[in-house]
Design a protein around this ligand. Structure first.
Ligand code: SF4
Ligand code: SF4
Ligand code: SF4
Ligand code: FES
Length: 981
């Protein structure tokens, strides 16, 4: 710490801290138009000029040193600030009263008020460009753009999509997309970073335009007339009077605009933001204070909310009668559910019923669902969709380090020396998390290794891209581990102090020589050795993995091999290191954490542990079943075997997302009684006997737990859509009709009960989670959480981790002469899963209207396929018809099909083979025959899809180019005439 003075008053600062941060912390008001703390100094606006030792400097770009005297209001500094702002106004018309950005947070408006500038000596110059409305979600108005470059910095160095730049050398600079394309045809992924940081109305969400202001919806000609009137009276009245009027209008908006904090409903990154609404209209999503994401979002979190107000929402319970559904009242439907559950339980016993919780719903709802199953019905037949993706990763971590969660935070991933991504299309499946890796790689030279079948964005950016043969990751991981151990590159100190089982593990590595790995994986020994050396030399290694690893018959073992590798290199127990299984759904971590599993009560407390059971039995006043229940996979088998008669499932599209969809569908149709609770009439509803209309995340309160074990609160944005109800209320109604006496009035009361029974969440309270506050479990009773999971010990009785020996088995469903192509599958950036929510968004549909199968250029040439050719894919289990997309993202005889289709779901082609330890389907082990059909259509991806764009990477805003312009000079050097009030 050092001391400086600001306008003569002493202030503590850190040596090297930016002056602007010191000034802001001291509460001294100073103009700073281009500065955004999450972007760092951009230095384009010059409004933050201060005087230090007689010199004018930019406060955002100057760092504090001991005894520095900073003058923010000296004559020199004030004149420079005003001159700089005056230049900004030459690019921007102040028509605040009729502007949709006049919401109290417009940087231009507020700076104008702060500086008290009454008149504009440098006149406004219009630019020779039109507004660009070609993106479905936002528009750019060059006439209002002040060229601050915040958007460019955000796009180049935070999102790292590298779409935006400014043509500083042009007589009329402006923001460019892909160097001069329309927005619609550019590489823009519609993540929204640029719009979120724009300090004015130059970039705006279309959902704001004409909606936010009282007068902004007026016809354009009327608006232009009013703007001209304002410009006309400005010389006479000055800006002061005009600003007073716009301030009044802005205050009036507060009465009808609500800003509510929520957590994203899509992927497991856990972005949180404020949603601005006017009645049921979403004005915009404003990310700023989220502990995970700050200013970041992806297209789904920023713009993917139309589904909430879709006309397709279920509004009435449905009961199947005579092969058809009829509408029913809530009372009638709930009575039927309770009666049928009671009858089936009485006739066939509690284990003839099964319950499936939703990874999209809240922790409290998963908790209630498992309580209904265990306490009210008396069965452990309880699962959630982590069975389809994450269970093997959890298993690998249980075996080796004890807890089934990320061992650190996204910040650790950002700070690692090396990031190794295996089987994860991170830029599309976990977009905001990927931005942190891309940023560290671009700006900090973090090393990046990617192992994947597809050369996706992260693979293209990687320092080393491995393309192993399908299903062989376990082999190269084990071979690299053996090589590290044998060549003195393992962390012997860490192993001696913290790890058990080294000798057995070493023996198990016997078969995994470099030669064997090279042959099996199709990777050269040199590459594998390079991987080993990069790991050994890195200052902290984080390994990220996802469904490309877990959805294999060896998913648990490969996950274990990852953790073994981290253990032998000492990459646990320190920041910037560790294991990061990337959770797919927003609350897939939380659903398992809160007991929606057949073998665990909440907090991973085993159902067969008498001590655990007796604690829950005392709390719930009931005797609990003691043997593991059925998981999702076993449930389907049990239906086919006639053992399972009834099922209650909420917020889960089981008939499409479970593998071998035909087999699953047949199973579901055999149930005696099936209840599906959802927000839409999903494909799974077709098999239901009763359908109950539920509410999505924006219509309820509760908590979600993200991939980094971060528990966050969501607040209710809207009342439940007419006729629908929050899932926790529906579950409670059913439980009470079955004899329970639950009286939860709010999810906070449910969480109080969870915390009282679950040591992992002992200190979690709604108060500690208020607003944007969050906690990363385990949370001690005093509220202390653990961003870094292992600090003093591992979660085993002796506190040591365990190396877990592995052996090799063959992948299932291998190609042969008939089924000669390997079929991979996964997510797309724009759609979530089968697309039930994202297809209801016009903008997303316009850019990405359909699914497709990716075909390599080699295979396309061999079979006479081009983008748009219809093909029929046939596997040993089913058939789909789909259009081809020829791309070099895939190679040779490997195909890739995104999941986003209800008509042609990829799971008609996948098998019922599973990972032996967890029963997670081996979705990624599928072989197909491809038949080229005579029809050739349009390319399934339109030209306006971002994948056809041409990014323009550069080092941020490149303000030096602006400073080289002949018409640029630093403000404050010349004599300027500024009129003030
Ligand atoms: S990708 Fe598009 S939306 Fe995202 S920051 Fe860049 S230009 Fe803006
Ligand atoms: S569009 Fe970009 S450069 Fe223009 S004002 Fe907005 S953030 Fe600044
Ligand atoms: S990255 Fe994930 S959590 Fe964040 S906005 Fe996108 S979908 Fe939502
Ligand atoms: S805030 Fe310092 S130059 Fe813009």
């Amino acid at each position: 710490m050092i001391r400086v003075t600001i306008d003569g008053v002493g202030q503590e600062a850190m040596s090297g801290e930016r002056l602007i941060d010191v000034i802001n912390r001291a509460g001294v008001k100073i103009s700073q138009v281009c500065y955004h703390p999450q972007l760092g100094p951009i230095q384009t606006c010059d409004t933050c000029m201060v005087e230090v030792n007689g010199q004018l400097v930019r406060a955002c770009a100057t760092t504090a040193s001991a005894a520095m005297g900073i003058l923010t209001k000296s004559e020199k500094a004030a004149a420079a600030q005003r001159e700089a702002f005056d230049r900004i106004l030459s690019n921007h018309v102040l028509y605040c009263t009729v502007c949709d950005n006049n919401n109290g947070n417009c940087t231009i408006h507020n700076t104008e008020r702060l500086l008290g500038i009454e008149h504009q000596p440098i006149p406004y110059h219009s630019k020779p460009y039109e507004e660009d409305h070609t993106n479905p979600f936002y528009r750019y108005d060059p006439q209002q753009c002040i060229l601050c470059g915040r958007c460019v910095e955000a796009c180049q160095n935070v999102q790292v999509n590298e779409t935006l730049s400014i043509n500083w050398e042009d007589p009329h600079p402006r923001v460019l997309w892909d160097g001069g394309s329309t927005i619609g045809e550019s590489s823009c992924v519609s993540c929204g970073h640029c719009i979120s940081v724009c300090p004015c109305n130059a970039l705006m969400e279309k959902s704001m335009l004409g909606h936010a202001g009282f007068l902004s919806a007026l016809p354009k000609t009327t608006l232009s007339g009013m703007i001209d009137v304002v410009k006309g009276i400005e010389p006479e009245t000055g800006y002061g009077a005009i600003l007073k009027l716009s301030d009044a209008e802005s205050h009036m908006r507060e009465s009808r605009t609500r800003r509510t904090k929520t957590v994203c409903t899509y992927c497991g990154v856990g972005c949180s933001f404020n949603i601005w609404t006017k009645d049921r209209h979403i004005l915009k999503v404003e990310p700023l204070d989220g502990p995970t994401n700050g200013i970041s979002t992806c297209v789904k979190g920023k713009f993917g909310w139309d589904f909430v107000n879709s006309a397709d929402r279920l509004t009435k319970p449905l009961i199947r009668e005579g092969g058809k559904f009829r509408e029913a009242s809530w009372d009638e439907a709930l009575d039927v559910v309770a009666r049928k559950f009671r009858e089936i339980k009485a006739k066939n016993g509690p284990d003839s019923l099964a319950f499936v919780s939703s990874s999209k719903c809240t922790n409290e709802e998963s908790y209630l669902m498992q309580k209904l199953a265990r306490v009210v019905i008396g069965t452990n037949n309880m699962d959630n969709c982590s069975r389809y993706c994450q269970a093997p990763a959890t298993q690998g971590l249980f075996r080796t380090v004890g807890y089934g969660g990320d061992s650190g935070s996204i910040r650790d991933i950002e700070n690692a020396g090396l990031v190794l991504i295996i089987g994860s299309n991170t830029a599309e499946s976990h977009p905001v998390l990927a931005t942190r890796v891309k940023r560290a790689h671009k700006l900090r030279r973090q090393k990046l290794i990617v192992s994947d079948l597809r050369e996706h964005e992260m693979a293209k950016r990687a320092d080393l891209f491995l393309h192993p043969k399908p299903g062989t990751d376990i082999v190269w991981l084990s071979a690299v581990s053996r090589y590290l151990l044998e060549n003195g590159m393992a962390s012997t100190e860490f192993l001696a102090k913290w790890v058990n089982g080294l000798e057995d593990y070493k023996k198990s590595l016997g078969p995994f020589t470099m030669e064997f790995a090279s042959r099996t994986c199709g990777l050269s020994q040199d590459i594998l050795k390079e991987v080993a050396h990069m790991i050994a030399e890195a200052n902290g290694v984080c390994i990220l993995w996802a469904m490309g690893v877990t959805q294999h018959s060896m998913g648990s073992d490969t996950s274990t091999a990852i953790s073994n590798l981290l253990l032998i290199t000492g990459n646990y127990m320190k920041t910037g290191s560790g294991a990061y299984p990337l959770r797919g759904h927003n609350n897939v971590q939380g659903a398992s954490d809160h007991g929606a599993m057949p073998n665990f009560l909440p907090g991973y407390q085993s159902v067969d542990d008498p001590e655990v059971r007796s604690r829950f039995e005392a709390g719930w006043n009931v005797q609990l079943p003691s043997t593991k229940g059925l998981d999702n996979h076993e449930m389907i088998e049990a239906i086919h075997e006639g053992k399972l008669k009834a099922m209650y499932l909420f917020g889960e599209e089981m008939s499409l997302v479970d593998s071998n969809a035909n087999f699953v569908g047949e199973g579901l149709s055999k149930l005696d009684f099936f209840v599906v609770q959802d927000i839409f009439f999903s494909a799974t509803c077709r098999f239901a006997d009763v359908v109950l209309p539920a509410s999505p995340s924006l219509e309820k309160e509760g908590t979600f737990t993200s991939t980094e074990r971060r528990i966050q609160r969501l607040y209710q944005v809207f009342e439940p859509f007419e006729g629908s109800r929050p899932d926790w209320q529906i579950i409670q109604e059913i439980a009470n009709r079955l004899g329970a006496t639950w009286q939860y009035r709010h999810p906070s009361e449910i969480y109080r009960e969870i915390a009282s029974l679950t040591p992992l969440f002992a200190g979690v309270t709604y108060e500690r989670l208020e607003g944007f506050k969050s906690l990363q479990w385990p949370v001690a009773a005093d509220g202390t959480d653990q961003p870094l999971l292992y600090t003093n010990d591992f979660a085993f009785p002796d506190g040591k981790a365990q190396l877990f020996p592995l052996s090799l088995t063959e992948p299932t469903d291998q190609p042969n002469a008939e089924f000669d192509l390997h079929l991979n599958n996964g997510r797309l950036l724009e759609h979530f899963h089968e697309g039930n929510m994202t297809y209801r968004n016009e903008g997303i549909r316009e850019k990405t209207p359909d699914t497709f199968v990716e075909v390599s250029p080699e295979l396309a040439e061999e079979r006479g396929i081009r983008s748009g050719t219809w093909v029929q894919l046939t596997s040993r289990y089913g058939q789909v018809r789909v259009r081809a997309l020829v791309t070099d993202r895939v190679r040779g005889k490997e195909l890739y099909m995104p999941m986003n289709s209800v008509e042609s779901p990829v799971n008609r082609l996948t098998s019922s083979h599973t990972d032996s330890a967890t029963h997670t389907p081996a979705y990624k082990e599928a072989s197909v025959h491809l038949r080229v059909l005579p029809e050739v259509g349009e390319s399934p991806l339109p030209r306006i899809n971002h994948r056809f764009g041409h990014p323009t990477p550069q080092h941020g805003v490149e303000v030096e180019r602006k400073w080289k312009r002949p018409d640029y000079r630093m403000p404050g050097n010349g004599l300027v005439q500024i009129q003030t009030n």
